[in-house]
Design a protein around this ligand. Structure first.
Ligand code: CA
Length: 224
């Protein structure tokens, strides 16, 4: 899962980005509205954290432009505490949720998790696919109740596939959601990660290869 953080307060931006990375997300950072708008317009994000008061272009304009251009990713707005009118303007402009400053980073993380889950059609914080359980809150996964030891790449891969369970996900899409903009991307490495992940999941065909299209994760149907 890949997140964009648009916040001009460099300390706050770093604090949020570090916390997101610790939770297993890959993060791109922007420090003004124009840069943030550009990234959100050109890169696929699973969620965006967008400050309202930004240099060059304010957060309301940024989200309005994205929505006007058909960009539907979940947007969490950061607003000033006592400015109820900002909250209303943010939601009206197309933001999905907001957190007022000052906030606890944990609250932002919880709201981001919920936004990503809901965008993928999951209402519970735990996503289940046959024997595999993904705990989005603890950033952990287990098979038949046994916790998996996953690298951050493997976790991101599993998390993305499970959030999009039943759908065919292309290698390009996986690359775009597993690496940040500065990473030297190579879609061939995805195959390697899928191979490792399959092994850790205990073999079997939980992750199906759809020839020429990508991968699909789905719960095995009960054999008779
Ligand atoms: Ca600001």
């Amino acid at each position: 899962m890949r997140i964009l953080v648009v916040e001009d307060d460099t300390n706050l931006n770093r604090q949020l980005s570090d916390a997101l990375k610790e939770s297993g997300y890959v993060v791109d950072q922007a420090f003004d509205g124009e840069e943030g708008h550009y990234l959100g317009d050109t890169e696929p994000y699973d969620a965006v954290i967008l400050d309202i008061g930004l240099p060059v272009m304010d957060g309301i304009t940024v989200v309005e432009k994205w929505r006007g251009n058909g960009k539907g990713m979940p947007v969490l707005m950061l607003t000033a505490r006592d400015r109820w009118s900002d909250k209303v303007a943010g939601i009206d402009a197309g933001a999905d949720d907001y957190v007022a400053k000052p906030f606890h980073v944990e609250e932002v993380l919880a709201r981001v998790r919920a936004l990503i889950r809901r965008a993928a059609g999951h209402s519970s914080s735990e996503i289940v696919c046959g024997p595999v359980r993904l705990d989005t809150k603890a950033s952990k996964a287990s098979v038949d109740g046994v916790q998996l030891k996953l690298t951050s790449h493997e976790f991101r891969l599993l998390s993305y596939l499970m959030h999009h369970m039943g759908q065919v996900v292309s290698r390009t899409e996986l690359v775009e959601h597993m690496y940040d903009q500065d990473f030297d991307r190579d879609s061939n490495t995805i195959e390697v990660f899928v191979g490792r992940l399959r092994k850790k999941l205990g073999g079997g065909d939980l992750i199906e290869t759809v020839r020429g299209l990508g991968y699909r994760m789905q719960a095995p149907t009960d054999a008779l």
